[in-house]
Design a protein around this ligand. Structure first.
Ligand SMILES: Cc1cc2nc3c(=O)[nH]c(=O)nc-3n(C[C@H](O)[C@H](O)[C@H](O)COP(=O)(O)O)c2cc1C
Length: 210
């Protein structure tokens, strides 16, 4: 498959066939992720591929518990709205494999230096918001998902479960000094129809300054 075809073939897969994903294939996906560019070549990522169904269930239970705990402190209408989207945070439960993505800390260039100046909090915040560490993780995840598509799989990039990071890490029993869970990627053979929202056209997202 050529690159343009691959880009168009990728979509967020939320339902999977009951078909295993061999470790060899997972290695190829994670190798593709590891070839992504990263700020100062920090390669500030780590990928935990979870194939154990009990652990995947416990991770999903952790997210469900967190959703119900948060909901219990919200006014009813806000709790209802929050709960309505809960399936978008828990559907990974039925995936044959879930890759937990960990990001290592990254201090943007100039941040420490700015701290020693009269730089405004807004200036510092702006620098942090564009944190190259998390941009690098995005590049790695996209590489991984495209490699998965190239091998006949599909997946979904998930950050909705992030509010349950502690619960997920507890279920995983994995932690790495200086690293934090930033996304879950359920991966498997897609089941059912492709469902993908339309994309903005290029004129809308492009500005040319000549
Ligand atoms: C950073 C990021 C976080 C996302 N988090 C979730 C998520 O938690 N749950 C979910 O169902 N989809 C999630 N998605 C998938 C988006 O909803 C999806 O990419 C978007 O609707 C476009 O659809 P497509 O991927 O099929 O092109 C996420 C995508 C990105 C890039």
């Amino acid at each position: 498959m050529n690159y343009s075809e691959l880009i168009l073939k990728r979509y967020s897969v939320r339902k999977f066939k009951d078909q295993e994903v061999p470790v060899e294939d997972l290695k190829k996906m994670i190798e593709a992720a590891g070839n992504a560019p990263s700020g100062k070549n920090s390669q500030n990522w780590h990928f935990v591929a979870v194939k154990n169904k009990d652990i995947i269930s416990k991770m999903a239970e952790g997210v469900e518990k967190s959703i119900s705990d948060i909901s219990s402190e919200l006014p009813p209408e806000k709790a209802e709205k929050f709960n309505k989207f809960s399936r978008f945070a828990t559907f990974f439960r039925k995936a044959p494999v879930v890759i937990a993505v960990y990001a290592g800390e990254y201090v943007p260039e100039g941040y420490k230096e700015l701290l020693q100046t009269k730089a405004s909090p807004e200036k510092l915040e702006r620098l942090m918001k564009a944190n190259p560490g998390i941009q690098s993780i995005g590049a790695a995840i996209e590489n991984l998902l495209l490699a998965a598509v190239d091998m006949g799989y599909g997946g979904c990039w998930m950050t909705s479960p992030n509010h349950s990071g502690d619960e997920i890490e507890k279920a995983l029993g994995f932690n790495k000094e200086g690293y934090m869970l930033v996304a879950l990627l359920p991966i498997g053979v897609p089941d059912g129809e492709r469902k993908s929202p339309p994309k903005k056209n290029v004129e809308e997202i492009m500005t040319v300054i000549e």
